[in-house]
Design a protein around this ligand. Sequence first.
Ligand SMILES: Nc1ncnc2c1ncn2[C@@H]1O[C@H](COP(=O)(O)OP(=O)(O)OP(=O)(O)O)[C@@H](O)[C@H]1O
Ligand SMILES: [Mg+2]
Length: 311
Amino acid sequence: MEASSGLARQTAPVILEADNIVHRYEGGKKPAVDGVSFSIREGETFGLVGESGCGKTTTGRMILKLLDTSAGTIRYKGRDIREIKKKKELLDFRREVQIIFQDPYASLNPRMKVKDIIAEGIDNHRLAASRRERDDRIASLLRMVGLSPDHASRYPHEFSGGQRQRIGIARALAPEPRFIVCDEPISALDVSIQAQIVNLLKELQHRRSLTYLFIAHDLSMVKHISDRIAVMYRGRLVELGPADEVYSRPIHPYTRSLISAIPLPDPEFERERRRIPYTPGPPSGGLRPFSPDHFAACDGDLNGGGDCGGP
Ligand SMILES: Nc1ncnc2c1ncn2[C@@H]1O[C@H](COP(=O)(O)OP(=O)(O)OP(=O)(O)O)[C@@H](O)[C@H]1O
Ligand SMILES: [Mg+2]
């Protein structure tokens, strides 16, 4: 059963808010993230989609407080995360906001046993009062992600890509987070495994009341898992709206181009599929509403021949 209906999510309190955030890497000609705003509600899955290099990971790392914002503000539970400095508060933030990485090979230390990888979050936050409790928690986390408690004493290389990503998920869950940045958690996996991991993430979200920022470079899985989707292009958002609307009634030509790139399971359709290329037009004035909850970076009335060009 679903923990929260779509409607509940629309009215749930905002847990994370990005307000015009910018990040400029040293030496970068233009900011990698250039004035991005969105808010995410508790229990929601918010998809962030765009091609390689558009600034998705940079956005995620700012939210995780691993990168400073050059301008703009990020609020977590209403608190400007720049203000989170005191040891206790910072520790709480680090516990509540976790990440699942793209590459389950590179992100697990090959010299650590699975139980020690998972236990880091338990130990750092003193979530187990005894050795026994710690072991019980590790076993329960392994079961929760579809692995066996017997796997605890093995090393990452003994597992398949999908199993490793399950270990990465167990590690993220260990400190009992509220908000998880899922940074392309399925891109490195076989297509046959991707749906399993997506289903696991969905199930865990309901069981543990999690909120996800789900990053991906294409729309194929994101449209199924997300409540809302933001489409990013060269550091800016070009479209934001409910997942089904963005998918079935895309406004911005870049979104249309992304949708045209989604492979279809039907070989007949696949033969007919035409990828719509995207050429940026003149800069627009940023996101504006086309319906109460669907926004795009287009000027004028599109039906009347408005301009929907660059970001
Ligand atoms: N440490 C860094 N120093 C300088 N520039 C960087 C750094 N990390 C990323 N960039 C640049 O910032 C831009 C955004 O990078 P980012 O990693 O956020 O993109 P992304 O959307 O996550 O891409 P991908 O889909 O490939 O993961 C890119 O142009 C990238 O080259
Ligand atoms: Mg990235």
